[in-house]
Every structure is written in structure tokens, then in C-alpha cells.
Write a protein that binds this ligand. Structure first.
Ligand SMILES: O=C(O)CCC(=O)C(=O)O
Length: 383
């Protein structure tokens, strides 16, 4: 454990009452602003945290107001199916989460998740180029070949957030060794990575250190899976935080081989509104109507002005044929806090290459950033 991480886990002297309701959880009195931003009339007095050795910080579990709302089919209206362009298959929830729930979840996740500003080098035209990711990112999950489970002889307590319908990630949602403060060391019997079939340890399969999806995101994953109701299962949750209109993601498609053929990707927006653009990949010789339609779609992007709580699900041939982006928006006005936008994508990686890729480009090896309410911005954590 690095010096920086170990300082996060210094035990606190005071002991608090324990609550058996989440993955390797600890209860502490709630001092963060997150509990005061929920819609509940009586804010929860205490919080539980999920600990795992792969987490740089213990991650707070969602208050029951958020958890209950998410588990009770939150989508206020049915999604619109958009298939009126070549190779495009979208489900557009406008919204997926009602406004108060979207706002509470946004505040909660911005406050509680560890974020990164990843830098990496690529070779472009034979030249080594340094890339600074133009947004904050974080990721949780592991590909299909592995799953998280607990040590055999450990005592297990069921969590509130277990979905009996869902196989993926199910073993991460058992709790053990309930602790008495978020600063304590994670328990010795934290969930470990095992082969999905043989249940033998697979830590050595990865250069990166996969992280189990914490309850606050896993419950959302369950809600998203339930909403589509087509059997799609996700094992990765990627989170982007766009601090201002300067943060962005350029045109790309999520068509990597490690996602399998025609992957379904669900993309939820929280916080500030931003435009999501989709344009067809170039191709088609413009000799038939279909080719002309493709050329047209490539030239003129489709624009989705995504608002807080909206969700787009991209399906079937969409990734193979379309590029998407969230361009910079220089003109956005408002305080830094009000401009923040969280995007969460749910995906399913089928091989370890996906796990390596996602941790490399969304966690990397830099410092952890945390939201600081008093400063109204993400701040790099120091020792
Ligand atoms: O922020 C968004 O809406 C899009 C995010 C995205 O395209 C990605 O994470 O691959």
C-alpha cells in the first residue's frame, strides 16, 4: 500500500455503532454535504462505507432515499426508440431519473467518488505524443473472465443492494467484518478476484488492479439493467466528470474487440446539460440511396442536448458505424460547481484486455482527485 493510501486508512479513536447492510461497510457519523443534499425530509444521521483494498478511499454507500428510489423503477416515461438512420439503434430516456433523484445522485457521486486526470503517451505518425485526458475519470468492474468473491471461511452478511436476478458482480455485494470508521484498514476478507468458472484466484491475470463496483454505482447498474429489460448485463461502470465547458470527449466509438460484437452501452447524464453528437463513420460511395444517407449522416451530426437524468442506450450496429462526442462548449456560463456534469457508462467487457484498457485510461497512475465543496472544484489529494 502506498504512503498516500495508508494515510487514508488511519483508524479513528471513536467507535460507532455498526450496521450490517453493505459490502465491507463501516458506519460513521455523516459530516459530508452529501446527506444534506438528499430529498429526504429527515436526512440520514449516519452513513456506511464500502472498503476494498483496491480503493484509494472508502466509498460511502448511498443514503436509503437514493437507494430506494433507484430500486423502484425510476424512469418516469418509456424510452424513445431511434432507428431512423442507417445502422443506428438508440433508446433515449428523457429522462431516466426524475430531476430530484438525478440532482441528489449527481451531488452524491461527485462528493464520494475518487477521480483521476489521466495522462498517457501515444505514438502518432511515428512521434510520441503526450495526452492529457480532458475530463476527470474513474472506473470500477472486471471483465467476464473474473469475478469478485470473498475468502471461503469468511462470515458473510447480505447487503441491501443485492439483486437476485443479476449474476455479474454478485459476489461483491456481500459484507464482512463491519468496521467502525471509514478511515480503518479494509478487512482481511475483502472480496478477492477469482476465475468466473473455476473460482481460483486470478490476481496474476492483470497488470492493473480491478476494483469491485461499489454499492452506490452497483445499484444504479441494476436499475439500468432492469430498465432495458432485454437481458443485457454490464460488468463495468465508467464515470466521466466534466468540470466546465472546457472538458470534453472527442469523436470515438466504443467498438473495441474486448466488448464483443455489437456491444450495448448505456450512458447516463447527471448535472449540467451538454450536447452529445453522433455522426456516421465515413464510408459508402454515394451511389445508392443508402450510401447517400450514410454520407449525409457522416457530414451532419445528430445532436442530443442531454440533460440531467437523461440516458441514451446505444445498441446493435451503432458502435461499429457511428462516432460520438461531447464537444467543448466555451460559452457555458455559471459557477464552476453548476457547470459540472457526470456521465456514467455501463459496459460489458468480455476478456482481460478490456479490464487493462479501462484501468489504464480511466485510473492510470496519477493522484486521486476529490470534490471539495468549499472550493467548488476537484482537488488533488495530498498525503
Ligand atoms: O459524456 C458522455 O456523454 C459520453 C461519454 C463517452 O462517450 C465515453 O465515455 O466513451
Amino acid at each position: 500500500m502506498s504512503k498516500r493510501i495508508s494515510t487514508f486508512f488511519q483508524p479513528l479513536p471513536s467507535k460507532k455503532k455498526l450496521k450490517p447492510d453493505a459490502t465491507t461497510t463501516a458506519e460513521s457519523s455523516s459530516s459530508s454535504s452529501s446527506s444534506s443534499t438528499t430529498t429526504t425530509t429527515v436526512p440520514p444521521k449516519s452513513s456506511t462505507y464500502t472498503h476494498h483494498p483496491s480503493y484509494p478511499i472508502p466509498i460511502r454507500d448511498p443514503p436509503s432515499t437514493i437507494a430506494t428510489s433507484l430500486l423502484s423503477n425510476p424512469a418516469p416515461r418509456a424510452p424513445k426508440s431511434i432507428t431512423n438512420h442507417p445502422h443506428l439503434d438508440l433508446l433515449y430516456f428523457q429522462p431516466f431519473l426524475p430531476a430530484p433523484l438525478a440532482r441528489d445522485l449527481f451531488e452524491f457521486l461527485r462528493n464520494e467518488l475518487p477521480f483521476y486526470r489521466v495522462r498517457y503517451n501515444i505514438r502518432r505518425g511515428g512521434t510520441e505524443t503526450s495526452i492529457n485526458t480532458p475530463r476527470y475519470t474513474t472506473v470500477f468492474g472486471v471483465d467476464d473472465t473474473s469475478t469478485f468473491t470473498t475468502a471461503k471461511n469468511s462470515e458473510s452478511v447480505s447487503t441491501n443492494f443485492k439483486n437476485p436476478d443479476t449474476k455479474a458482480q454478485e459476489d461483491t455485494t456481500t459484507s464482512h467484518n463491519l468496521l467502525d470508521s471509514p478511515q480503518q484498514l479494509p478487512p482481511a476478507n475483502s472480496p478477492i478476484l477469482v476465475d468466473s468458472k473455476t473460482r481460483t484466484e486470478t490476481k496474476s491475470r492483470y497488470r492493473c488492479r480491478p476494483r469491485p463496483i461499489p454499492p452506490c454505482l452497483d445499484i444504479l447498474r441494476q436499475a439500468v439493467e432492469k430498465a432495458t429489460d432485454d437481458g443485457t448485463r454490464y460488468n463495468f461502470v465508467l464515470v466521466n466528470y466534466y468540470a466546465t465547458g472546457d472538458d470534453s470527449i472527442s469523436y470515438h466509438s466504443d467498438d473495441e474487440r474486448f466488448l464483443g460484437q455489437n456491444p450495448t452501452i448505456a450512458s447516463l447524464s447527471l448535472g449540467a446539460g451538454r450536447d452529445f453528437l453522433l455522426k456516421h463513420k465515413p464510408g459508402g460511395g454515394s451511389t445508392t440511396d443508402a450510401d447517400r444517407a450514410i454520407a449525409n449522416a457522416a457530414a451532419k451530426p445528430l445532436k442530443f442536448p442531454l440533460k440531467s437524468g437523461d440516458m441514451l442506450i446505444m445498441r446493435s450496429e451503432t458502435q461499429a458505424n457511428w462516432l460520438h462526442s461531447v464537444p467543448k462548449r466555451k460559452g457555458l456560463q455559471g459557477s464552476a460547481g453548476a457547470l459540472g456534469r457526470i456521465n456514467i457508462t455501463f459496459r460489458r467487457a468480455v476478456v482481460p484486455g478490456g479490464t487493462e484498457n479501462y484501468y489504464r485510461y480511466n485510473v492510470g497512475d496519477g493522484v486521486v482527485y476529490r470534490w471539495k465543496d468549499e472550493e467548488g472544484k476537484m482537488v488533488a489529494t495530498t498525503e
